[in-house]
Design a protein. Sequence first.
Length: 295
Amino acid sequence: MFKKTRLCLVLIVFFFFIPAFASLSANQDSAAAYPAQELFKLGPQRVFEGPSLKEVAFPLGGIGTGAVSLGGRGNLRDWEIFNRPGKGVDLPFTCFALYFQEEGKAPLVRVLEGPLTPPFTGQDGIPRTSVPGLPRMERARFIGEYPIARVELEDAKIPLQITLEAFNPFLPLKPEESGIPAVVLRYRIKNLSGKSVKVTVAGSILNPVGFDGAGTISGVGLDKFGANRNRVRKEERLSGLFMSSDKVKPDSPAIGTMALTTTWKDLTYLSRWDWPRPWPRSRIIRISFSAAQVG
């Protein structure tokens, strides 16, 4: 019987962004400063739910390497790894998903995020690049304790306890170790059903090499892309997809690489999504994952 498993999915990003810093002016009114007792006082940890989740963006990334933010629903947002600020820059068709099958029942698929949040207005509603047609988990709760963020996910039809822990290497007084351009996403899953179940976690991510940070990424057909390469690499400790581009010149500010890796040994993979037009990409992702052979 499946009882508990842990997966660690690591995003390694080799782009650099120089952050801006702010300092207090010398003539600031000292009376406005907080007393030391107040600064070091431990209060209750805030928990975000419901509409508040839309406003959460928890920065993840090594010191001086840029950042990608974890949204309150468990989504990745604001990819600021392209040498300039990038609020609102999202990677299309990028998410993690769950395949769940309880013994004797039909399988279920969920994006490992809380429900999409309003507004749903506009010419096309929520952009198709956010794969709004895929079902999400019913509820999400966000707890942030820098440098670690946690997202708890629940769904009445899926008797699992699911927690996402997200962080980046952060070692006080060790700048080299704290400046690794990596993000760690650890999904902790516990079976609450008392029955045997099958579970798979899958990740879908866009290869963004070639994007220079100007504007947003509207889709995979962006003219800055081309000859993007996704190669599978398997090593003793980590395995996954290594992303690069044969189009970007070595002296271009857009040059870089990225990897999606895991410590999990039992892997299946696709280096790209192939879909027959005019079927939407989100439908192909769902069909491919729902029909996956899992152990």
